[in-house]
Design a protein around this ligand. Structure first.
Ligand SMILES: NC(=O)c1ccc[n+]([C@@H]2O[C@H](COP(=O)([O-])OP(=O)(O)OC[C@H]3O[C@@H](n4cnc5c(N)ncnc54)[C@H](O)[C@@H]3O)[C@@H](O)[C@H]2O)c1
Length: 360
């Protein structure tokens, strides 16, 4: 008899479209479990943290929240941020607190071009494009070091310092992760992105570590590209990309560009991994809470569902992950698309089509 594979997942929908897309992802995974004849199961527990919780309690998360989350196999996150709470308060209070608190130092953000979805890149019509952004997720520009002072000098006199932190350990682990990932792909290539001509300390350290680690992977092609040039390369020569590794801020920006080139921010999936598995990893769409369309049932659930597929891979369920990815491709190819990618379907329509397409 097949072995039962049961996973406990903490769902944190957060704000805005977060609850709509997390609900879609849960439905898809539950459908997968229902069709498994009892060999696969997910137990969900939902947590109400986010901007509404903040309005009620003055906190983005319960004090013992991180401790309670530690026992789960994974966290499934929507998005955080709402106009009633300053963005830096909501982001640091919940998402960054979890990423940093659980040392989820590798953020994997694939850029997938899907059938039926029009890319703004003309090249995408005739060229096979597929790359993945690997983002350093624990330090760099989002290290949280700095401060504000001198407000007593009066209006216009305040000073803010925001430092970026690059440790050799942090650079080495994410760069090695990128090389290991490149070895699993048809094109074995890693592009390292910095701005080391202008940022002469942290990013020069990154470049040196990249060169040192690359020597251990002679079978993997490499290049080092400045972030401004890489943003142009995403648009002009994306066929040369396979794995792109960059610091927290640079990869954050580049991955949004990548998802826009693939057709919409609503399509992009991501995994925040603690590769040593000392803590739970967290899976979430790249997009934010989209206040402009929240509550209307029109947001694209594909980024969140793709993130659920990354969660399945993390559980070692490669066949199930591939099924979800095939369902995403089939749904798009059938033209069941939300408005951000030029269609007229609702979030519910797309979710139902994804579930139907799981059967194939
Ligand atoms: N991971 C996160 O939690 C995260 C990430 C980015 C932004 N944010 C927060 O989200 C809030 C809004 O930020 P923003 O407007 O800069 O970014 P956003 O990603 O929420 O929205 C940018 C644009 O993309 C569209 N969009 C986003 N997701 C979509 C989806 N699933 N389907 C269709 N269209 C979609 C929106 O309608 C909007 O036009 C802010 O509070 C910000 O801090 C959170």
């Amino acid at each position: 008899m097949a072995q039962t594979r049961h996973f406990r997942i903490a769902a944190i929908p957060g704000d805005g479209v977060g609850s709509e897309v997390v609900d879609a992802g849960r439905q898809v995974l539950d459908a997968l479990a229902s069709a498994s004849h009892g060999t696969l199961g997910f137990t969900w527990q939902e947590f109400p943290w986010g901007s509404d919780f903040y309005a009620r309690t003055g906190k983005m998360i319960d004090d013992d929240g991180p401790e309670r989350l530690r026992e789960f196999d994974a966290l499934y996150f929507g998005a955080v941020g709402w106009p009633t709470v300053p963005d830096h308060v909501s982001l640091w209070g919940l998402r960054l607190r979890l990423c940093q608190g659980f040392d989820q130092w590798a953020n994997v953000r694939p850029v997938h071009f899907l059938p039926g979805v029009t890319s703004p890149l003309r090249k995408a019509d005739t060229t096979e494009l597929d790359w993945v952004v690997v983002r350093e997720n624990s330090e760099g520009e989002y290290g949280g070091f700095g401060g504000r002072n001198f407000s007593a000098r009066g209006r216009g006199g305040e000073v803010a310092v925001q430092s970026a932190v690059f440790t050799e350990t942090g650079c080495e682990r994410i760069i090695r992760f990128a090389f290991d990932l490149a070895r699993t792909r048809s094109r074995r290539k890693v592009s390292s992105v910095t701005k080391s001509n202008a940022q002469q300390y942290g990013m020069v350290l990154w470049d040196e570590v990249f060169e040192r680690v690359a020597a251990d992977y002679p079978d993997v092609e490499t290049e080092s590209v400045l972030v401004d040039a890489m943003s142009a390369k995403f648009v002009l020569r994306p066929e040369e990309l396979s794995v792109v590794v960059a610091s927290n801020l640079n990869a954050d920006i580049l991955s949004d560009l990548g998802s826009a080139l693939a057709g919409s921010l609503g399509l992009a999936a991501s995994a925040n991994l603690n590769p040593e598995r000392r803590y739970p990893s967290m899976f979430e769409p790249v997009h934010g809470s989209a206040p402009d369309i929240a509550g209307r049932g029109v947001c694209n659930p594909i980024g969140a569902v793709g993130s659920a597929a990354l969660m399945l891979e993390h559980f070692g369920l490669d066949e199930e992950a591939a099924r979800v990815q095939r369902a995403i491709r089939a749904t798009c190819a059938q033209g069941v698309l939300t408005a951000d990618v030029g269609g007229g379907a609702s979030t519910k329509d797309v979710t139902s089509a994804l579930i139907d397409n799981l059967a194939d």
